[in-house]
Design a protein around this ligand. Sequence first.
Ligand code: FES
Length: 278
Amino acid sequence: MSAELPTGEVIGGAPAAGATGPTRTPLVGGNPGWAGERGDFSHLSEADIRGDSYVGRRPLDGGVGGAVCSMPYQLAAKEPDAPLFEGPYAERAEKIIARYPDKRGALLPLLNLAEEVRGYVGPDAMARVAEILGLSPAYVRGVATFYTMYNRQPVGRYLVQVCTNVACNLCGGDEVLQAFLEHLDVEPGVTTPDGNFTVMEVECLGACGFPVAVQINSRYFENVTPEDVPAIVAGLVAGEDSSDAADGSGAGAGASTAGGAPRRAGAGSSSGAPADEA
Ligand code: FES
């Protein structure tokens, strides 16, 4: 199948010799994803390709889209026993509930919001959500425990989710998972003693075209190999990729590690990212 390409600025290569106007060469493989490191879009940054406002940080008033973002990990300033649904979070909870004709429909996004506040959804958070929505605590617990994306205990500042589903498995997902576990000397689901890392095996992350996919907080690392793991961890420890740091530093830093190890995607660039998420 051949795609009709509009004319415009040069994409994916230099204009042909003697060309008089802007040209557009076909994308290698026709893949619009983050392929900068493959040379398809070498003149574009990740932010140029993905944009910088649709994922990751969002303002406390709810920002764009679904008005709730799930941050199932511990920011530097996040407290596992922080008050739920107070201040701006109360306003967001109201906004979320207002979107549903029956407030009980707001159960999942409200659990997301509780997880964003504390980094996990414990029994008291479930009870609070149940109270707000007029549901029984048992019902809320049944839902919260059905979805593996809700953490029921605090996790590290960096939640490392390694996909071992089909595409990633065929490309070494198990080996990447093992590399993270061995490098951090930790068991699956257990947080490192310094509180920094929790490594989990997860199902498909929706980045099957770039296996092995690893999601660390709200950022994606793609085409990850076991050899990339030390550099990824070192970058996080050094704050290089602190896209979710509460202090606002390094939001979505897009620079690649020397040697080209981690290929990343996801939260866009630091430019224009709201810095008031906490
Ligand atoms: S199989 Fe790994 S992202 Fe889909």
